[in-house]
Design a binder for this molecule. Structure first.
Ligand SMILES: [Zn+2]
Length: 152
């Protein structure tokens, strides 16, 4: 549904864009590409390698909306596919806040909670497990309940 390279800064996409460059040139190219993407489509995504996290940059500077985050132990591609519609909605003028529950973006409801990162606060998008249980329900399996962990 969303092309992998739309706002993706995963290592695969970065490699494709930085072939033949020195390490410093690679950093410059990544930074430049981030700024281009934020200017052009409003956000970029960072998939973290050591935790099941993906988050956006750009929504705060472009739309004064908290950047978004998803913490879910699924593949990075799946995390990106879940993040993109929410980020797109923000670029189209929708606003979300901690405590909100949205029923419009997916076939299941999603919830928003505030979480701290090292240098900023983000809005984490929380998904129900396939049975419909959110982390605050005792029936929610641990792997889905971990969506609410505070990592830093
Ligand atoms: Zn980042």
């Amino acid at each position: 549904m969303y092309p992998h390279d739309a706002a993706c800064l995963c290592s695969t996409c970065v490699l494709e864009h930085t072939q033949g460059l020195s390490p410093l040139e690679v950093l410059d190219a990544i930074r430049q590409r981030e700024q281009d993407l934020i200017a052009r489509i409003g956000w970029v995504a960072h998939a973290l390698a050591d935790r099941p996290l993906i988050h956006t940059h750009g929504l705060w500077e472009r739309f004064h909306h908290l950047d978004l985050e998803i913490r879910l132990a699924v593949s990075p591609e799946k995390r990106y596919a879940l993040l993109a519609p929410v980020a797109e909605a923000v670029t189209n003028g929708q606003r979300f806040a901690a405590g909100d529950e949205d029923h419009t973006l997916f076939s299941v409801p999603i919830r928003f909670i505030a979480r701290d990162e090292s240098e900023r606060q983000v809005l984490r998008v929380v998904f129900p497990d396939p049975q419909g249980y959110f982390p605050d329900d005792s029936h929610c399996p641990p792997i889905w309940a971990e969506q609410v962990l505070q990592d830093f």
